[in-house]
Design a binder for this molecule. Structure first.
Ligand SMILES: [Zn+2]
Length: 312
């Protein structure tokens, strides 16, 4: 239902644009019909007005076929734009060359200075909303790795995150540090991905193993299912440190193409919320732009493409 409302809201924007486009089209259609042979002589502006309105009275017809065609074109254009908008907003997948791999950071052209902020263990009451507000104020898109059972309890928070255009990743259903056989791993990962899609419409293909553990069966299953396993290059250690050293941890490990690990859920994340505005300000000062994890690897893929073309 929520998704439908969202769609309706977007549709409204397109309808307004469509009416505007139709209006300009009608002006375009009626004017050329009037002009040949009906050009008013260059008299006073009053005389011009009279001539035009008289000629319009004599010319009530316009080509219906042209109009139908034009309307169809505009509708098709709007539909395409809508699909593009949805695809770009709800993309939580990296370029295909990175599927089934494990990534800690992107290798970017040295001229690019981009970094991805990631938030794990949500959705979570209060702190997820606070993080969202800070990101919105700073016009930043980030990446959230969700725990399925928390999303089940707080679906509305999940919807807010997705509606704000952030990328969404899978962080298992139960967030446990135990060994899994394939069946167990499938339950943890498949169930979470299915719920993410059901709640937000996002089809995610990025996975982050709880605790960054890569050898307990989860990451292996994720790779087998073509997920990109997303680790990090800068750990805030926000779960065990104070605000000041949290910030230091992030800043001293940060580099272009880097992925910063923070938490918006799974416990008291007041320190993360407190440090976040300063972390953002510091990165900005150093010339960084903020992107989602999928965007970061798209940048790497594009850089590689450009390098290849340059070498040809
Ligand atoms: Zn976690």
């Amino acid at each position: 239902m929520e998704n439908f409302k969202k769609l309706l809201r977007r549709r409204k924007t397109f309808i307004v644009a469509f009416i505007a486009a139709l209006g300009s089209f009608l002006i375009g259609v009626t004017l050329p019909i009037n002009s040949p042979g009906n050009q008013p002589p260059a008299l006073s502006s009053n005389a011009q007005l009279v001539t035009v309105s008289e000629s319009q009275a004599k010319q009530p017809k316009f080509d219906v076929n042209n109009l139908t065609l034009a309307i169809r074109e505009k509708v098709e254009f709007s539909q395409k734009a809508m699909v593009q908008l949805q695809e770009s907003r709800f993309e939580s997948t990296v370029p295909s060359k990175f599927k089934g791999t494990t990534l800690r950071e992107a290798k970017l052209d040295s001229r690019q200075k981009a970094i991805a902020l990631t938030f794990d263990d949500g959705p979570w009451p209060t702190t997820t909303t606070q993080v969202l507000d800070i990101l919105k104020k700073n016009n930043i898109k980030a990446t959230f790795f969700w725990v399925g059972r928390y999303l089940q309890v707080y679906p509305e928070l999940g919807k807010q995150v997705a509606a704000a255009g952030h990328a969404i990743g899978n962080h298992t259903w139960n967030h446990q540090y135990i060994k899994y056989n394939e069946e167990g791993a499938a339950r943890e990962i498949d169930r979470t991905t299915a719920l993410i899609e059901k709640v937000t419409g996002v089809k995610t293909s990025i996975f982050r193993p709880p605790g960054g553990i890569l050898n307990n069966g989860l990451a292996a299953y994720a790779q087998k299912r073509n997920y990109t396993v997303v680790m990090w290059s800068a750990d805030s250690l926000d779960w065990r440190t104070n605000t000041e050293s949290l910030m230091e941890n992030v800043m001293k490990q940060a580099n272009s193409g880097g992925i910063v690990l923070m938490h918006d859920g799974g416990g008291n994340r007041a320190r993360t919320v407190e440090a976040l505005p300063d972390i953002i300000a510091k990165f900005r000062k150093e010339g960084y732009t903020f992107v989602t994890v999928p965007e970061l690897f798209k940048m790497e893929a594009n850089d590689l493409k450009q390098q290849k073309t340059a070498h040809k």
